[in-house]
Design a protein around this ligand. Structure first.
Ligand code: 13P
Ligand code: SF4
Length: 333
C-alpha cells in the first residue's frame, strides 16, 4: 500500500493529463482513488528503469495511465523482446509474464499477483503433450501461448489467436496437434486445409457466451456489429460479423467505426477501446476474467517497490520453451 494515498490539489494537477485519457470511462470520484497510485507508479518506473506491459484486458487506469506498452498476447511478446528496460512488470496473466521472461532471461520480470492464472494454461500439462506425441508420431505440436513454459518446452512452435493459421501453415505438414483451446482449434480448422488434432481446453471467460444471447442483442439493437474472440464456442463465432484476436478486434473498431458494436470478450476491452473513441456506441455484455482482474494499481506499485514477485523458469525448460516462442516470432507478420 502507498503510505499516504491522498488526492491533493497538486496530485490532481500532476495526473490531469492521465485522467483526460480515461475520463469517459472512469468517474471523477473513482479517479481520486487511482491518481495517487498512477503518480507513484510513473515515478517508480523511472527510478527502476522499468516498463509496464499491459494486456488489452487490464482495467483502463492500468491500461491507459501506467502502461508503456499495451496490446494482445502477440504484441506483448514482440515488444517484450525489444525493450531496453531492466525491469518488466507484466500487467496480465502468468503465462504472459513467463513469455516475457523467456525472451529476457537476464532481466527482472515481475507479475504483480502470482495467482493470475488462465484456465487454458491449466487445462494441459507437459506429460499430456508427451502422450499426444506418442499417439500421433511425427505430427508437430503447435501451442497457443496461453500455456505454461513446461508445455511450450514440449512444443515445436507457439502461436497466438492473431497468427494461428499462418503458424500452422508455416510448418508445411498435412496434420498438426493444436493445443490447448478446442474452440480456437475448430475456428482455425475452418481457415486451413491442414488437419487439426485438438485438445479439450477452454477459456472460462469466453465459453460462457451463447449464440442465443447474441441473437437477443441483435433483436434489441439495430445496426449492431458483433465482433468476437476466437476462444468463444463455434455457434457464437458463427453469429458474429468479425472474429479476431483482441488487437484485431480493436483495429476493427478503430478503422471501421461501426455505429454500434458488441465486443464478445472480456469486460475491460470495450472500456479501453471506448476511452479513445467517442463516435461508436459500445453495447457491453461482458464476462470478467478473474485472473486478469487480480492485477491492480496497488499490486503493480508494490511489485515495483519490492521488485517481487519475480518470474523464474528452470533454465533447461526455458531454453526449450524459448525456441518455440522465438520460432513463432521469427515468422514476423
Ligand atoms: P489475445 O492474444 O487475443 O490478446 O488473447 C489473449 C487472451 O487471453 C484471450 O482470452
Ligand atoms: Fe485465460 Fe480466458 Fe482469462 Fe484469457 S480470458 S487469460 S484465456 S481465462
Amino acid at each position: 500500500m502507498l503510505a499516504s494515498p491522498e488526492y491533493t490539489v497538486e496530485l490532481a494537477a500532476t495526473t490531469a493529463a492521465a485522467y483526460e485519457r480515461v475520463k469517459s470511462v472512469i468517474p471523477a470520484i473513482e479517479w481520486a482513488v487511482h491518481a495517487p497510485y498512477v503518480a507513484a507508479i510513473n515515478d517508480l518506473k523511472k527510478q527502476r528503469n522499468a516498463v509496464v506491459l499491459a494486456h488489452n484486458y487490464q482495467t483502463p487506469e492500468i491500461y491507459h495511465c501506467v502502461a508503456d506498452i499495451s496490446g494482445d498476447s502477440l504484441a506483448l511478446a514482440r515488444r517484450a523482446a525489444e525493450t531496453d528496460a531492466e525491469v518488466i512488470v507484466l500487467a496480465g496473466v502468468h503465462f504472459m509474464a513467463e513469455t516475457a521472461k523467456l525472451l529476457n532471461p537476464g532481466k527482472i520480470v515481475l507479475i504483480p499477483d502470482e495467482r493470475a492464472g488462465c484456465s487454458l494454461a491449466e487445462s494441459i500439462t507437459a506429460e499430456n503433450v508427451r502422450e499426444l506425441r506418442q499417439q500421433h508420431p511425427g505430427v508437430p505440436v503447435v501451442t497457443y501461448v496461453n500455456t505454461s513454459a513446461e508445455v511450450k518446452a514440449e512444443s515445436d512452435i507457439c502461436c497466438t489467436s492473431g497468427n494461428a493459421v499462418a503458424v500452422i501453415e508455416s510448418l508445411g505438414t498435412e496434420k498438426v496437434i493444436f493445443i490447448p483451446d478446442e474452440y480456437l482449434a475448430a475456428y482455425v480448422a475452418q481457415q486451413t486445409d491442414v488437419e487439426i488434432i485438438p485438445w479439450q481446453g477452454h477459456c472460462e471467460v469466453h465459453e460462457r457466451f451463447t449464440a442465443e444471447e447474441l441473437e437477443q442483442y441483435r433483436e434489441n439493437y439495430d445496426q449492431l456489429t458483433i465482433i468476437a474472440h476466437p476462444e468463444c464456442p463455434p455457434d457464437v463465432l458463427k453469429a458474429a460479423d468479425f472474429v479476431g484476436s483482441t488487437a484485431q478486434m480493436q483495429n476493427y473498431v478503430q478503422s471501421r467505426r461501426p455505429r454500434r458494436v458488441l465486443m464478445v470478450t472480456e469486460c475491460s476491452m470495450s472500456d479501453n477501446v471506448a476511452a479513445d473513441i467517442s463516435d461508436v456506441e459500445f453495447i457491453r455484455p461482458c464476462n470478467l476474467c478473474p485472473h486478469m482482474k487480480r492485477i491492480t494499481l496497488a499490486n503493480i506499485y508494490q511489485a515495483l517497490e519490492t521488485l517481487e514477485p519475480r518470474v523464474e523458469i528452470d533454465a533447461a525448460i526455458a531454453a526449450r520453451a524459448r525456441r518455440s516462442v522465438e520460432r513463432m516470432l521469427a515468422l514476423g507478420g
